[in-house]
Design a protein around this ligand. Structure first.
Ligand SMILES: NC(=O)C1=CN([C@@H]2O[C@H](COP(=O)(O)OP(=O)(O)OC[C@H]3O[C@@H](n4cnc5c(N)ncnc54)[C@H](OP(=O)(O)O)[C@@H]3O)[C@@H](O)[C@H]2O)C=CC1
Ligand SMILES: O=C(O)[C@@H]1CCC=N1
Length: 263
């Protein structure tokens, strides 16, 4: 599958890096565009075989899948630029834009011919660059074998979850924004560790290994977090005092507020 990624920034670049490292799409079948040459040079650093160009119209020529990965406010401009050069019978269009919809994308792509392309919404998280993404995919009009092919590509880069469109927003909050939310906990822990007397680098190493251990216990034991929390928490002990203070400060509600307000 030949793939053109329009906008090789944090997300588009991470997708390119991940796909180029995978086995299903040769790097030479990937074309990435950006606004500046500096970004394209960075993309070449991932794999020199990735094709790069500042010309979006040139990039989409011959692509089986065009992935739109620009900031939301640039979507309309970019679609208008490439629309005339697309053959909707052969070329599918995917949006990775966080808050978009098939309805909105369809309106922008409508060229009055009555033919619409197969459309996808694909929301990975930035860990796709190292093959550890959770990627939500929804489709509109895709034949099963084409969806399966797309899922195979992204499944090499972490877990893929195919959903109906209404779950794309919640999926984006939990997994894509979720990377930032998880890191926010780690950041707070490191800050706290420094205030407890550790050097920042020491606190970073301790917090990372603690998080790794917590995840691995859940993974190996097949448990929910509370089961592992119970194993740590001595009645009347230190952990209980800490957990109570966290909840008094609204920890669980704060995390949920982050999820609910991001979608
Ligand atoms: N970051 C994330 O974790 C996630 C992001 N998304 C979505 O991905 C999209 C991009 O976000 P993100 O990658 O963070 O943003 P970035 O700003 O990092 O990337 C946007 C890219 O678009 C390029 N660009 C700007 N104008 C044009 C143009 N006219 N033609 C082609 N390329 C252009 C920029 O080029 P240059 O670098 O040269 O300026 C930049 O590389 C957003 O819509 C966001 O909702 C979705 C899920 C997760
Ligand atoms: O913050 C955003 O809007 C994008 C979408 C999900 C992650 N980043």
């Amino acid at each position: 599958m030949k793939i053109a990624i329009i906008g090789g920034g944090n997300m588009g670049g991470a997708i390119a890096k991940g796909i180029a490292a995978g086995s299903l799409v040769p790097a030479s079948d990937l074309t990435v565009t950006a606004h500046t040459q500096q970004t394209l040079d960075k993309i070449k650093g991932y794999d020199p075989a990735i094709r790069t160009t500042l010309d979006n119209r040139e990039a989409v020529q011959g692509a089986d899948l065009v992935v739109l990965a620009v900031k939301p406010w640039l979507l309309e401009e970019v679609v208008k630029e490439i629309r005339g050069g697309l053959d909707y019978r052969k070329q599918a269009v995917a949006s990775v834009i966080g808050r978009s919809s098939f309805e909105e994308l369809g309106k922008l792509l409508d060229n009055g011919s009555g033919v619409m392309p197969v459309m996808y919404r694909i929301i990975p998280n930035t860990a796709i660059s190292l093959g550890e993404s959770v990627t939500f995919i929804a489709e509109q009009g895709a034949p099963k074998e084409r969806l399966d092919e797309l899922v195979s590509i992204f499944s090499e880069l972490g877990q893929t979850v195919v959903v109906k469109e209404p779950m794309m927003g919640p999926g984006t909050s939990l997994a894509s924004c979720g990377i930032a939310f998880a890191l926010k906990y780690l950041d707070a822990s490191i800050q706290g560790g420094v205030e407890l007397g550790f050097a920042p680098e020491e606190a970073r190493a301790v917090v990372m290994q603690t998080m790794r251990g917590a995840l691995e216990m859940m993974n190996l034991n097949g448990t929910m977090p509370q089961t592992e929390i119970d194993k740590v928490t001595t009645p009347g002990g230190m952990t209980l005092r800490g957990l109570a203070a966290m909840e008094e400060s609204g920890f669980t509600e704060a995390v949920k507020a982050g999820l609910f307000n991001s979608k």
